[in-house]
Write a protein that binds this ligand. Sequence first.
Ligand SMILES: [Zn+2]
Length: 140
Amino acid sequence: MMMIELPRPLADDLVRHAREAQPDEVCGVLGLRAERVVRLERARNAAATPTVRFTFDDDGYRRVMQLEREGLEIGIYHSHPASAPYPSATDRAEMSATWPDCLQLMISLRHDATTGPEVKAYRIDRNGVVSVEDLALVDG
Ligand SMILES: [Zn+2]
């Protein structure tokens, strides 16, 4: 199984973004090279109900295209301010249709005040089947 590497500075940026927007969910684009996250681009959450779902605006999609042009594999991240770092039924439905097999990072703040944030990685295929990816925090 592949191990996804997430450099600590980028993990810190993900958590900072998630905390800033509470109680709303945040979202953004990841650029990967050789199973390592090398770029993180914040996107605006344009969902009508941002506490429970996320949607990119046009600028978010432009960031996806920009990273694709740079030759990077695309990943998506979003936060769950109050629920587990696991794909919701909405996530499974939307990701399987829009971003099948794409790396998904999910940041949960449900226990942030006690044990800290949780970050997990998944892929969701066209049928909505979730697979867990190993995620390693790495220096630099
Ligand atoms: Zn979600």
